[in-house]
Design a binder for this molecule. Structure first.
Ligand code: GDP
Length: 206
């Protein structure tokens, strides 16, 4: 898939401020500092579409981007929304900020009618983290379609990355019969881009 254009559209505090749900939508979320902005910039081929922030946990809004892509050079165009959601697990956030985050994210994930897939980013350098496991369990409980995206795989030895990914999947296997799809990525090395875009293209065709 080729990205023809990627443009920032709007930041919303509530679902009712979000753009008209007239095309497929894909949302990205994860713990703050997981590498979400870097991944969004990598897959859209833009240097600074999503802001890689020096202060983790700063973006507290639902950020919509308008993407136009085509499957081949002269192929039909498809238009979709990419959504950058504020991350979780930021320790310095106050109780009231956390409650606001939860209300906004829960409302969005459960009610956004054109939401095709949520990509949950997991830092591949770490063993399974409680807040990541809790978040994916919540998505499963709400029957929200999601995939896992393991990030920063260039930062650790391949054996450590493989072990961490397996450990995360094993944790899920303890309670689930079916495992979600997962992608292995590095924004630094542009790894996993084709797989993610191919998956989005396939979903757009459905
Ligand atoms: P966000 O807070 O989840 O949006 O994370 P950022 O995209 O801002 O990334 C947090 C930090 O991790 C930054 O210093 C990035 O340069 C770094 N980073 C993100 N992705 C990668 C990656 O794939 N490889 C490496 N080596 N560093 C990364």
């Amino acid at each position: 898939m080729k990205i023809n254009s990627a443009k920032y559209l709007i930041s919303s505090a509530q679902i009712k401020q979000c753009p008209k749900p007239d095309r497929p939508e894909y949302a990205f979320i994860g713990r703050s500092n997981v590498g979400k902005s870097s991944l969004i910039n990598m897959i859209t081929g833009q240097k600074a579409l999503a802001k890689t922030s020096a202060t983790p946990g700063k973006t507290q809004l639902i950020n919509h981007f308008e993407i136009e892509s085509s499957s081949a050079e002269k192929g039909p165009k498809s238009r979709w929304f990419l959504v950058d959601l504020p991350g979780y697990g930021y320790a310095k956030r106050s109780q009231s900020e956390r409650a606001r985050w939860e209300e906004m994210i829960n409302g969005y994930l459960r009610k956004r009618e054109n939401l095709v897939q949520v990509f949950v980013l997991i830092d591949s350098r770490h063993t399974p983290q409680k807040n990541d496991l809790e978040f994916v369990s919540q998505l499963d409980h709400w029957k929200v379609n999601f995939s896992l995206v393991f990030t920063k795989t260039d930062k650790e030895k391949p054996a450590v990355v493989a072990r961490n990914i397996q450990a995360f999947l094993d944790k899920l296997k303890e309670t689930w019969q079916f495992l979600p799809r997962h992608f292995v990525t590095s924004a630094e090395k542009k790894l996993g881009r084709d797989e993610l875009l191919q998956f989005i293209e396939n979903c757009n065709k459905e």
